[in-house]
Write a protein that binds this ligand. Sequence first.
Ligand code: MN
Length: 728
Amino acid sequence: MKIIRQYELVERVQAYDPDADEELLNAAYVFAVKKHGSQTRASGDPYYSHPVEVAGLLADMKLDAASIVTGLLHDTIEDTDTTREEIARVFGEEIARLVDGVTKLSRLELQSETTKEAENLRKLVIAMSSDIRVLLVKLADRLHNMSTLRHIKDPSRRQRIARETMDLYAPLASRIGMERVKTQLEDLAFAELNPDGHGSIAARLKKLREEGGQQVPEIEAGLRTTLAEGGVKAQVSGREKTPYSIWRKMRTKNVDFEQLSDITAFRVIVETRADCYSALGLLHERYRTLPSRFKDYISVAKPNGYRSLHTGLIGPLGRRIEVQIRTRDMNDQAERGVAAHWLYKQGGPSTDAPQYAWLRSLVEILDKAPSPEEFLEHTRLEMFQDQVFCFTPKGKLIALPRNATPVDFAYAVHSGVGDTCVGAKINGRMQPLRTTLVNGDQVEIVVSKAQTPSPTWERFVVTGKAKAAIRRFMRTRQREQYLQLGRSLLGKAFHEEGYELTDKGLEGVLANFKQASVEDLVAHVGEGLTTAREVLLAVFPGLKPQRKGGAEVVPISRARPSGRGQRAAATTQREAAAGRIAIRELIPGMAIHFARCCHPLPGDRIVGIVTTGKGVTIHTIDCATLESFGDSQDRWIDVGWDAVGENAGSFTGRLKVTVANQPGSLSSLSTVIARHEGNISNLRIVNRSLDFFDMVIDVEVADVRHLADITAALRATPAINAVERARN
Ligand code: MN
């Protein structure tokens, strides 16, 4: 490979920053080469090629000299005999602090379990909130490591790095508006995590490119002409989307490869903001528009600062296309995010900027989240959602993730408002708290001092802030319940043998059960992790163990929706032991059925309908059958899925599939499903023509995500024409 030379790097930096400290850059380059000496990378390249490439990527982002120098030095503390003090002496305190920050993050990466991973994120967020350049260098480091990932021999290590890139670094890049880095990270990670999916989409893209020939240049020319005739000066360019972004679209939207209008996105760059709207007007006048595709991120920018107009058209050559219209500045911001402002603001953008509201809320959650895993879960959720924008009665704009509810809104306004909310007026009308908010809603929260967070809220809120607050409240309340239950179970057990239950007695056996306090032990019993009898026997070892066949005490028996009738007692106990006692609205003992019209899967939003003499039927929230129960609200029961463990068993998902009527179609269908660990339990051909079969397939899956994976994989399969989840 060709390594960027010292003078090349300096020239690249000086091209956008003529005042950059040349001597400092030269010194850092030489320092890195000397310190890494004869070390080599997994690829066989000299090690110093890595920091030099990272510095090159930072120069592509047009960052300041301190960031470039940090890129050059970022592995010296970790991998050579260099100390922080030495760097401070040679390069100054600012650089030493930045290199130290990157080193700390890199050390965290060497650890792998989930807890550590979450802990990494905590530290990462803290480091970022002090100086975002640490994150920028880290992102460049990760980008270069991903592009050389194939040289690492250990497949599980490659997988871990790719997973972390997908889950952590790509969303972070997106959050600071670095769209290009995000896209590259995602696509490199996708190629490692799902080589089949990546390969098949890349192959189909290649085929389309060959068939399409001159289509892209022709569409570009058509758009250009339309704009020029209307007097708007514009640059037009078409760019192919990455396999990962196409894959994601096939997964989340109900589209097949052939229906994807936007394998190529067209970008129109104009001079002024007013030109953006003129260009939009001209295109809408000339071509048929797809109204649902129009988005105005200029009037309301995305929280990461992204501004652009998006629209969908039946464009030149009659092709459905996606067009993004923006000024040069907006484009720069869209591609380089936070780095776009770098050179113009000494010291870099302040963390008080509106784009950093998310960062502040992360730090807030971080302060309050008791376990790192919980923090990670919330953060991931938050980072993957698109946004909706709603308003307070006074007109203040509140940005929320997609699918947010009035409860999320209330917590976003103030945690006190969230904790005490009892109702919401959306656009002047009272609406249920679980209503999904849409863009432009005006929301007024009704509060009552007597109200406390309801556990049922957790099933529909989507923001980390609301989830964390509700969980915190529930944990406290759950603990109270465990204590109460534990007390009464112990009291009963002791009393039956004629003993008095005393704290003193319990204190003596705390060590036996590895508990720190009497309260902890009592709660432990209440939670079903230890039986009261065991505690009794520990306190009075002389007692005979209870005869076999004695009734087992299960703390709270819980109805659980199950496709297979009631579960064995062992399962219930294991679940109780896992501490997953959730408060359910399902009445234990009532039979629970899954509606045959909509086949609910774990992960679906569901609702229960009381059916006289037949217990409760579970439907998905969007099931058409529900309309017939619209008038009898008292039969509706609020239900939610319990956490579904690995051995949760399988559920039936129903797919409607159209395959080409050709040899091998069915076998590739079943191969794809089997490869994704789905099991076909039923297959019915509902329609047959010369060219196609329409079929309904029942697939046993673990949950709705599993079904979505299979759906996406099928959509990427050439012989398969259309796939969708069957409803009714
Ligand atoms: Mn590195």
